[in-house]
Write a protein that binds this ligand. Sequence first.
Ligand SMILES: CC(C)(COP(=O)([O-])OP(=O)([O-])OC[C@H]1O[C@@H](n2cnc3c(N)ncnc32)[C@H](O)[C@@H]1OP(=O)([O-])[O-])[C@@H](O)C(=O)NCCC(=O)NCCSC(=O)C[C@@](C)(O)CC(=O)[O-]
Length: 473
Amino acid sequence: MFLQKLYTRLNNMENPSKACNSFRLLFTMSSLEEPLGFDKLPSMSTIDRIQRFSAGACRPRGDDMGLGNCWIDGRSCSTSNSCDEDYEEYTGEAFPWRRHVKDVSEGGTFNRRASSLSKNRMKFEYVCDSRYLPDHQCSCKCNDRGIHGITNKFLKGIPKFVKIVEVGPRDGLQNEKNIVPTSIKVELIRRLVSSGLPVVEATSFVSPKWVPQTYSMGNDYCWMQLADATDVMKAVCDLENARLPVLTPNIKGFEAAVAAGAKEIAVFASASECFSKSNINCSIEESLVRYHAVCHAAKELSVPIRGYVSCVVGCPVEGAIPPSKVAYVAKELYRMGCFEISLGDTIGVGTPGTVVAMLEAVMAVVPAEKLAVHFHDTYGQSLPNILVSLQMGISTVDSSVAGLGGCPYAKGASGNVATEDVVYMLNGLGVKTNVDLPKLMSAGDFISEHLGRQSGSKTAVALSRVTADASKI
Ligand SMILES: CC(C)(COP(=O)([O-])OP(=O)([O-])OC[C@H]1O[C@@H](n2cnc3c(N)ncnc32)[C@H](O)[C@@H]1OP(=O)([O-])[O-])[C@@H](O)C(=O)NCCC(=O)NCCSC(=O)C[C@@](C)(O)CC(=O)[O-]
């Protein structure tokens, strides 16, 4: 919105300057097709010029105009954003668009306006491009030092490469009530692999007869969707360039998986006693004993084992799950030989606040590089949860193409975060994934068309609109 207003204002000027042209170029470049990352920020001198030609853009809004929050008489600020500290010294604020104050001694349209409005000729600056925050319409003067500081301060913990574990064909499709034909599953896996995803969880060797003790869906649910696990695995096990793990809840599942050609498996425990019972019909401790046996058998065959912990933040029956419980189960799985532990917010109730506490507890017992995060997007918290996890040093993220999935244990629970959305965010952060977004989206379109519904990925939906609009021109 702010960008649009600014762009319109620039367009309406009688003598558009070079600055306007630069900005127009920036705006044009900022199509939906590519995320705006820090690398896309214009040169600071461009923004400086825009600011000079666009006094309105530097003005505070509405009743802040003049002597209000932004243009103040004196040194204090009445908004919640502190205006007194210098950026360099500031450490306590969680947002990069914080203002700071600078004495202005030379002119220009912007400063003359400041001068006429403020006795002390103070002006506020955002240290970051304010287009990320449409509500904040104050000055957007930036400088390289400021941006560098921001990237250092907020992105320094983020890994340069993130491994995405695609779980759509398993975690996504297992929740589909209508049986998806094996050939569609196989084609989906092929497309996902060809998009560059390094790991695609292919299927699950669970009991197709098992009726989960559902809390909200009645007992009309079972894992029949996975009854073709052997056929799926046999069809894809020779695919190259990706690992294709499968879920195995017990020795029986493990043996069937290996017989079908699986070269990597995953076991799945829970941090919630109730969920464990409902999902795999045993207590947490019993499941650990069971998985010990599976790990032992897998090690004999040099089959790598991934471990899942479900309900790492909350359980539909038990409510909040203590981080110490999650840490305990994660540590046990790690000790029994799982090379990676995926922490699942199964019903998607986590927020960055609860996720940080949970990760802190787990990271005290399992190294960050051995952890993955697995968020369901019920409350739209997955991306912030992933971002905070990356900032804490996690570099493996589970996701599901087109946001496939759900959870039979919690009414309204959504699928995993959409892989397309994760890739889009990581691209914007300059984090490598080796995933080709258009190819990934085509895999998402493929399965969404088959399921007869729109993709659950906001990125895929937005980008398909761009293409549709373009095709009308
Ligand atoms: C664990 C069991 C088997 C226990 O179920 P049980 O009933 O206690 O097992 P059982 O050993 O008594 O066997 C009962 C029947 O199932 C058969 N059976 C037994 N095992 C298998 C097998 N592997 N494959 C095929 N068949 C099997 C077995 O042969 C027998 O058949 P029958 O003699 O009556 O004809 C069952 O509860 C089960 O399969 N649960 C799986 C549930 C499931 O798939 N849940 C979804 C996983 S997703 C998840 O957990 C979360 C995650 C990972 O996505 C992360 C997150 O989102 O947070």
